[in-house]
Each structure stands twice: as structure tokens, then as C-alpha cells.
Design a protein around this ligand. Structure first.
Ligand code: NI
Length: 175
């Protein structure tokens, strides 16, 4: 399929609410998902949400084995998640560093619920219902935030812990 251009923070399309997917049999949906995986792979990202390539639908993809961008992160299963609902399973929050392909070159420390349940559908319309903690829970919350027009800097509480990747983490790739 194709590697698509990733919209960057400041583009109004990243702030818009998204529509639910209604027709899982639509070949355009399968093409979108293929493009999202191609784009994620080409950029070394851990996840990607449809609005990041200018598509206002509730579709996210995520998953990582070993990430150059997040070398300390535990693996997250390769997942297509459509029309997601994320429910916190605890009030407890974890602080962790995040980056975003739409906010290149920067990292910030973001509070996220430590444990969540997420439900939705895969690319065939089959239900997904999982619980996740740690980095997996963080990735799900980050990606699903894109579907409601939220980028991680909007969740940063302490801007002393926000800055350029190459300054904060000189050993990581700079994107
Ligand atoms: Ni992102």
C-alpha cells in the first residue's frame, strides 16, 4: 500500500472529533489500515491513529516488539482497534515519557491510568475486549486520545518534563 504523510501539531484535523466506522466490509477501510501499518513501520512508531494521516475515523493501530524509539518498553501486541472504548480500572496513574509522530523531536512526561480495559473491533469487525497495564495501557490511551482531538502535550502537567528528545535522551533516535 502506501506510506502516508503524517500531520503535525497545529493542523486543525488533529483536533477534530472522529466518526465511528459503520461498514467493516468497505475495501477503503482495509486500504486505510494497510496504509497505517506501512506508515507506522516506515517511521518506527509504536502506534498511529487515523486522524494523523488526515482520516477522521475511529481507527488506531499499535504494537511493538522491540522499539528503537522506546528501548525500555515491554512488547505490545500488534493490534487494529476500531470504535474503541477505554475504561480505567483504577484511579492510580503512572507517569511516563511519550512522544508522538505528530509532535516530532519532542518528549513529555504524561500521567496515564495504570490499568485500563479496552473494547472495540478488529479490522474484520470481530470484537476485542482486553485489559492492559504499563506501557500497553499507555499506548492505548495515547492512541485513543487522538480520536478525540487530544495530543499528549495537552496531558502534560509538569512542563519541566517536556523537551527535545535529543537533549533529554541523547542516545535515542532524534525523531
Ligand atoms: Ni501520537
Amino acid at each position: 500500500m502506501a506510506v502516508r504523510e503524517i500531520l503535525r501539531m497545529g493542523d486543525a484535523r488533529l483536533l477534530a472529533l472522529t466518526e465511528r466506522v459503520k461498514n467493516f466490509g468497505d475495501p477503503l477501510l482495509q486500504a486505510l489500515i494497510a496504509d497505517m501499518f506501512d506508515t507506522k513501520a516506515a517511521t518506527g512508531g509504536v502506534g498511529l491513529a487515523a486522524p494523523q494521516i488526515g482520516v477522521g475515523l475511529q481507527v488506531v493501530v499499535f504494537g511493538v516488539g522491540k522499539s528503537e524509539r522506546y528501548p525500555d518498553a515491554e512488547p505490545v501486541p500488534e493490534t487494529v482497534l476500531i470504535n474503541p472504548i477505554v475504561t480505567p480500572l483504577t484511579d492510580e496513574e503512572d507517569l511516563g515519557w511519550e512522544g508522538c509522530l505528530s509532535v516530532p523531536g519532542l518528549r513529555g512526561e504524561v500521567p496515564r491510568f495504570a490499568r485500563v480495559r479496552y473494547r472495540g473491533f478488529d479490522q474484520h469487525g470481530h470484537p476485542i475486549d482486553r485489559t492492559a497495564g504499563g506501557f500497553h495501557a499507555r499506548v492505548v490511551q495515547h492512541e485513543c486520545d487522538h480520536l478525540i482531538g487530544k495530543l499528549y502535550p495537552m496531558r502534560v502537567r509538569d512542563f519541566r518534563h517536556f523537551g527535545f528528545t535529543e537533549i533529554l535522551f541523547p542516545d535515542l533516535p532524534p525523531h
